[in-house]
Design a protein around this ligand. Structure first.
Ligand code: DQQ
Length: 585
């Protein structure tokens, strides 16, 4: 084995040991069919997507059809832990208010008798949406199946039909049948073939196994995968085009996956491959090029193609799936945020798992990374508003943002750093370990420039608080590194709860701008933050005991030597949308 390969494996193993988010496939046979007797409401989210009870995981097959957004998701109808997995189904006109329908896909046939796992929707050129999902067959093999709407004139698409010719893709003898799942949205090539990839692994090699088909029925495996890497199993791959700045469309506009076949369009787009690494439980992406003829995706050299690479979110956000929204010509990203309390807590709560707020996702103007931002419809929930402007926070000081209830809120702040001289020295070996850096230099550790930011879901005595903050380091006299952190170590005084610090670096030229922005969506047990206009995102789950309801406070703090100024801070209470009210059928 080469040194590079050995290093890659060591890195995977280290990450596996550090795995930060609880796994989805932990099976608790005695709990998985235990109906929740009660539903604890205290920490339930107000405006993040959640069903009335029980376990949820991956978002599946999001799409827009006849005026409605559809979201399917992995759901256990019988209990608050993973198991009995089906595709639950909800619809919305605005991605904010949701109505629950009857489940769309559930075990009915041998090809999915042991579960209906994740997958995607492809919109066929005649406007027919087709679901492709992973079924678990009687041998516990993972196979790929299709389902079609029973009635295309029903915008709710309530009923789905599984053709008898399923399964349409089965693992051949070169494929590990228990690691072969989560088909992507298909794209249509100039050669008249549909293509899609299925996530898999060969030993430690994660792969996006490529298939092609003329009729969406008979699928042939390509000779090589679309892409592969030594990072363990690739779950929930997502492959899609993004517009580049300077092309004919605005770089924030979404590009339909169906347009992948269009060679003219191809000049003006880059391609994104996202994989969910089973070992680290984070979603990583690269941006690169796709060669139709060679059927290969090649990441651009600037994007590390390993488990130190760029992530959608540096917190609790996994198994994400994007879709092209034709109504607003944008690409929207959904991601699952698991609980980080205990399974016993989940039993008591009667529920587990939420979806992060849907985010618009696009390539930055420079092309160096993807940008994510809560969809604009989130603003429709904004209610009572407070504003703080031009407020200096001296070293070691903090202040409370008063006059509104922050437990369910949306906050946008602009911080100005007057002087970078006091920034601490950055050790280059920290480059690959933002999370470790945040653990060592947490919000209580006094710094030079920062830590400064927010204490959210804080009790009035500050015994409980979750810190979302920045810290600036100096690599030399002119170059700086900005770290964004989420430190929940004091989020609750209850000790059983898993409280990992999460962190990522922020790609901003702080010496030039001297400014950094932060948007944070606070929702009872979720803190979802977007640093520097969505360059770095961190979602975390917290379980305060005291800082709940009206007793949750919001503070701005500065624990660095340098003074910071909040030039503008806007905060809004957020209304509660309709959340998965069952539609009378
Ligand atoms: N969850 C699904 C799988 C997928 C995993 C099963 C990712 O299809 O690989 O619930 O969280």
């Amino acid at each position: 084995m080469g040194t590079a390969a050995a290093l890659a494996i060591v890195s995977v193993l280290c990450w596996a040991a550090l795995a930060a988010v609880r796994g989805s496939h932990v099976v608790y046979p005695e709990l998985q069919s235990l109906e929740a007797k009660e539903v604890a409401t205290e920490l339930r989210t107000g405006y993040h997507f959640q069903p009335p009870k029980h376990w949820i995981n991956d978002p599946n097959g999001p799409m827009y059809y006849k005026g409605l957004y559809h979201l399917f998701y992995q759901y256990n109808p019988k209990g608050a832990v993973w198991g009995n997995i089906i595709w639950a189904h909800s619809v919305s006109t605005d991605l904010i208010h949701w109505v629950a329908l009857q489940p769309a896909i559930y075990p009915t046939r041998p090809f999915d008798v042991n579960g209906c796992w994740s997958g995607s929707v492809t919109m066929l050129p005649n406007g027919v949406p087709v679901i492709m999902y992973t079924g678990i067959d009687p041998h516990k093999h993972q196979v790929q199946n299709v389902a079609y709407p029973a009635n295309l004139s029903d915008p709710f698409l309530r009923e789905w039909v599984k053709p008898d010719y399923n399964p349409i893709i089965i693992p051949d003898r070169d494929i590990n049948a228990s690691a072969f799942r989560d088909p992507t949205t298909a794209w249509y090539g100039p050669d008249g073939h549909w293509r899609l990839v299925v996530g898999s692994k060969e030993n430690m090699r994660g792969t996006a196994v490529l298939y092609r088909s003329r009729d969406f029925k008979k699928w042939i495996k390509a000779r090589h995968s679309l892409h592969a890497g030594l990072t363990g199993m690739w779950e929930c791959p997502d492959f899609f085009p993004v517009a580049v700045a300077g092309g004919s469309r605005h770089h924030q506009s979404g590009v339909d996956t169906a347009e992948l076949h269009n060679r003219v369009v191809a000049e003006e787009v880059k391609y994104v491959l996202k994989v969910s690494l089973e070992l680290t439980r984070y979603d990583y992406y690269t941006v690169g090029t796709y060669d139709h003829d060679k059927e290969r995706y090649t990441p651009d050299p600037a994007f590390p193609d390993n488990d130190y690479g760029l992530r959608y979110d540096y917190g609790d956000f996994y198994a994400s799936k994007s879709f092209f929204d034709p109504a607003k010509k944008r690409r929207v990203l959904w991601g699952w945020a698991n609980e980080s309390d205990t399974v016993v807590d989940d039993q008591h709560k009667g529920w587990a798992g939420i979806q992060a707020m849907p985010r618009k996702i696009f390539l930055s103007r420079s092309g160096a990374q993807l940008i994510q931002w809560p969809v604009e419809e989130v603003k429709s929930l904004r209610a009572k508003h407070v504003n703080v402007s031009n407020k200096a926070i001296k070293s070691g000081k903090y202040f409370e943002v008063t006059g509104f209830k922050s437990v369910q809120s949306d906050m946008e702040a602009v911080f100005v750093i007057r002087n970078l001289d006091k920034a601490e020295k950055f050790d280059p070996s920290w480059r690959t370990n933002a999370q470790g850096l945040c653990k060592n230099f947490n919000s209580h550790v006094k710094g030079g420039v920062g830590p400064f930011g927010l204490w959210v879901l804080a009790s009035d005595d500050l015994e409980e608080r979750t810190a979302v903050f920045f810290r600036v380091f100096k690599t030399n006299d002119t170059n700086y590194v900005v770290l964004m952190c989420n430190d929940p170590t004091r989020s609750s005084y209850e000790s059983q709860i898993y409280r990992p610090t999460f962190a990522g670096f922020v790609n901003v030229d702080i010496a030039k701008t001297k400014t950094i922005t932060l948007r944070t969506l606070i929702d009872h047990s979720v803190v979802e933050s977007f640093g520097a206009g969505g360059r770095t995102c961190i979602l975390t789950r917290v379980y305060p005991k005291k800082a709940i309801g009206d007793d949750a406070h919001l503070f701005v703090f500065n624990n660095g030597e340098s003074d910071i100024k909040v030039t503008n801070l806007h905060a809004w209470e957020m209304k509660t949308p309709t959340m998965n009210k069952l539609l009378e059928q």
